[in-house]
Design a protein around this ligand. Structure first.
Ligand SMILES: [Zn+2]
Ligand SMILES: [Zn+2]
Length: 442
């Protein structure tokens, strides 16, 4: 008979559907995928720690120039305006759009720095084989905050701004835009290279606590089941399995509170979805931007802006803004309602599709910030005195509420509840599963 730590070391559970899986190590460059809901369980990269260390050092070196150097200058009517990332945020603050300023500050400045600093410290310590006790907490913070850094969305915002203004202004590009683009590429590379399993395993091996319990026979039966049915609970941050007796206390590896399912997941998600649906109305009906042309102010809503792009023949930009600002929030709200309804017992159709829908919703949420980033840039760059200037209008605040609320809604929703609602009678009985290496990803 295996001891409990032995068993736990060889098993994991799918974070999205709770299926108990025999751990499989994929060859470098491959992913391991859950056979039931198709979620990627782990990714493997050769020399992950060293690569992450090198990239995070490069990222930290580029960080200050990327934030402080001017990105570009717009010139028109003999006036010119230039801006860096920080100024574009300060402008919201000066005009009393505090919540918008806070959202942009967090997503484009603060979170990216915290992510770079934590992953640098972590990979540096692991690389030199030092394991201070704070490493687990550090990695936990990193994973918690990951979704709130939106540098790549900001970069697309810069591109949209350039395309929008190029017909009417001369644009000079400065070194800031080069540093910022490199910083975006580096942060994207880091997030695809971090081998979470390896990082957690390395941290854990140094602080191993021996558990003396042994498993009862039921842990060794051949048919597969969920972790919950086997009396196990998966940590939603570090993905370590623990016995359910630990539920309600801290995960032995990363100290996150362990829950069988995220607490009050359905009720909280409903509350957030309804909140975002309510704010969606003023966000779309009120003006989001004001353009002063020769002293005459004209205010436009999100939809006005999109129609303007289409009339100008900038179909691609129109389509991008339409997707990010209107399609994504509406799709997220409808998708979450579908998922919430699927948590009721007896809703067992299209489970794999619903699991994919959940992952897609979690992935697209941050892209709705695009329009806010564009307005942040336009309002500092386009200030041609009496001729033209661009200001933020009230819908920006409501729109930021919608983005924040839908992102929190996706985070509080626990996709395992969908599978709980149907198991065990409705889904095919799975034989004991090994997470299978599938497809080269890098
Ligand atoms: Zn799964
Ligand atoms: Zn944990």
């Amino acid at each position: 008979m295996h001891s409990l730590p032995d068993f736990l070391a060889h098993y994991t559970a799918c974070p999205d559907c709770d299926l108990l899986l025999h751990k499989a190590k994929a060859p470098a460059g491959y992913s391991v995928v859950c056979p039931r809901c198709r979620r990627i369980i782990s990714r493997s990269t050769a020399a992950s720690i060293a690569k992450v260390l090198a990239l995070s050092i490069a990222g930290l070196l580029l960080y200050l120039p990327a934030m402080l150097l001017p990105l570009m200058t717009f010139k028109s009517f003999g006036f010119s305006g230039s801006a860096n990332i920080l100024e574009s945020i300060l402008n919201f603050y000066r005009n009393d759009y505090y919540f918008v300023a806070l959202m942009v500050l967090l997503s484009a400045v603060v979170m990216p720095l915290i992510l770079l600093a934590t992953i640098f410290l972590l990979s540096w310590q692991l690389q030199r084989k030092k394991y201070p006790t704070y490493l687990a907490g550090l990695f936990r913070i990193h994973l918690h905050l990951e979704e709130w850094a939106m540098l790549e969305v900001y970069l697309i915002g810069i591109l949209v701004t350039i395309i929008k203004m190029s017909p009417t202004s001369d644009i000079d590009y400065h070194s800031g835009i080069f540093c910022f683009s490199c910083l975006v590429l580096i942060t994207l590379a880091i997030s695809s290279i971090v081998d979470r399993d390896l990082f957690w395993q390395t941290i854990e091996d140094q602080s191993h606590e021996d558990e003396k319990e042994t498993l009862s026979e039921q842990h060794h039966q051949g048919t597969a089941s969920t972790a919950a049915e086997k009396g196990l609970v998966l940590c939603h941050i570090c993905h370590k399995l623990s016995p359910t007796t630990l539920a309600g206390t801290g995960c032995p590896r990363c100290r996150t509170n362990l829950h069988m399912r995220k607490p009050h997941s359905v009720a909280r998600t409903w509350a957030l979805v309804i909140t975002s649906a309510i704010f969606l109305a003023p966000a779309n009906l009120l003006p989001i931007m004001e353009v002063d042309f020769l002293g005459v102010p004209s205010r436009s809503t999100i939809l006005d802006g999109i129609i303007h792009f289409f009339q100008d023949g900038s179909y691609l930009i129109g389509l991008i803004i339409f997707t990010a600002s209107i399609l994504v929030p509406v799709f997220k709200i409808i998708g979450l309602v579908i998922l919430l309804r699927a948590t009721r017992p007896g809703h067992h159709h299209f489970l794999v599709q619903k699991a994919k829908l959940f992952r897609f919703i979690a992935f697209i949420g941050r892209w709705s910030m695009l329009d806010i980033f564009v307005i942040a840039l336009l309002s500092v760059l386009v200030d041609y005195g009496f001729f033209t200037s661009i200001h933020t209008a009230p819908a920006a605040t409501y729109f930021s509420f919608v983005v924040a609320a839908t992102m929190f809604a996706a985070m509080t929703f626990d996709p395992r509840i969908i599978w709980d609602a149907c198991y065990p009678d409705d889904t095919p009985q799975y034989q004991e599963q090994t997470a299978t290496p599938l497809g080269k990803t890098l």
